[in-house]
Design a protein around this ligand. Structure first.
Ligand SMILES: [Zn+2]
Ligand SMILES: [Zn+2]
Length: 83
């Protein structure tokens, strides 16, 4: 074990720290982002982060988790499927 690991945090360490903070403060999303959905794992996000905890931890910039203001707003963007 290294004698001291206080000062130097690698980028990875920082990601892990941020991710665990999101895990603690965040909440489980009803609709997981596609990364979590693909892995079938819990998708947690916090209001302070655009990415979910898992995507932060893995250093993915492609978290497509969208926090929607309201469901009404969401349905407005759905294409009308009338055949
Ligand atoms: Zn996710
Ligand atoms: Zn994500």
């Amino acid at each position: 074990m290294p004698p001291s690991r206080t000062s130097k945090l690698s980028r990875e360490d920082r990601r892990v720290l941020l991710s665990s903070r999101i895990q603690e403060q965040g909440f489980v999303e009803d609709m997981p982002c596609s990364n979590c959905e693909r892995q079938n794992i819990e998708c947690r996000s916090s209001p302070n982060s655009n990415s979910c905890a898992e995507c932060v931890r893995r250093g993915l910039s492609s978290c497509d988790l969208v926090v929607l203001p309201s469901t009404c707003e969401y349905f407005r963007f759905l294409p009308r499927s009338r055949y």
